[in-house]
Design a protein around this ligand. Sequence first.
Ligand SMILES: Cc1cc2nc3c(=O)[nH]c(=O)nc-3n(C[C@H](O)[C@H](O)[C@H](O)COP(=O)(O)O)c2cc1C
Length: 355
Amino acid sequence: MSHLFSPIKIKSIEFKNRIVVSPMCQYSSVDGFANNWHLVHLGSRAVGGAGLVITEAAAVSPEGRITFADLGIYKDEHIAKLKEITTFIENHGAVAGIQLAHAGRKASHTEPWNGGKQLQSTDDNGWETFAPSAIPFSSSETAPTELDKAGIAKVITDFKAATVRSIAAGFKVIELHGAHGYLINEFLSPHSNKRTDEYGGSFENRIRLLLEIIYAVNEVWPADYPMFVRLSTTEWTEGAWTIDDSVALAKILKEKGVDLVDCSTGGNVAGAQIPLKPGYQVEFAEAIKKNADILTGAVGLITEAKQADEIIQNGLADLVIMAREFLRDPHFPLRAAHELGQEVKWPVQYERAKW
Ligand SMILES: Cc1cc2nc3c(=O)[nH]c(=O)nc-3n(C[C@H](O)[C@H](O)[C@H](O)COP(=O)(O)O)c2cc1C
């Protein structure tokens, strides 16, 4: 059997292979609601053979959305359509996961195809943004408001309430978005967190918000369902968050019941130089797996079956998480199975097209 198609069980959940659809914002919601776009987008990739399909960043509060068109899970009314989607995904043999997120200072922007520009709180579809410190992402942007203690408590409560809704919606994997310069990442990084209270300063203080969110989520998330955390494992910037910080954090996350670190990078330091090349972030998944003894997911410019298979075969990561290749080809896993000489079950409706 190919390594990519070997099953894996995390807590009580079985994944038929190691291929994961990475969270990808669709900016196609009204007031956070999923709709048929999300059903078709996520559903197609389950039909295409992925083992785990993770939704785009689902905002835990309206002010935690990147744009006014983000997916959300901040209202009970959001549950029904999400439940339809998770049911479809499961009926096609994949596990449904949700990424819970708060965009912090990167909230209140326009969609990428409308420039991805910051909207002021006085603009239509704009609102006041919050972050650990009143420091804008880039010099051209307005500074966010520093979260006070009540604001931090609300963020934690929002993540917990979103988790309760995620369970009701049928998700079996939860991923906390701690990467790409959004709120949790902003707290982790000394580049964006200049607080002088117990949420800033030392490493222990900067990781406090994430640990408090995990504690609150764990109070409601079933103990036998997997929890992932996505990290920007390096910020590619001197004096900012480093891979050593990520290894140290991953050891603590493991103790707190987190099952897997989804190893991304960057997004919190404007202008950071990222050395893009195929599989450019795999080394961070490997470093965390080996040094923190926790499961990891590798992501970033993984586009080919052999490349993905070798990541698993060589023990560099436990899951291969893919984004843009899945936009090019929702059936990547079916194609990869063919290329690797692996027999997999096709949807019966598509069997006549089998290679
Ligand atoms: C359209 C699009 C939307 C994305 N939205 C999210 C998101 O909601 N959450 C997230 O953690 N990463 C997001 N990402 C990043 C991807 O999950 C992934 O980490 C990145 O694209 C690198 O993987 P790739 O080279 O396979 O595309 C997005 C990427 C794309 C292309």
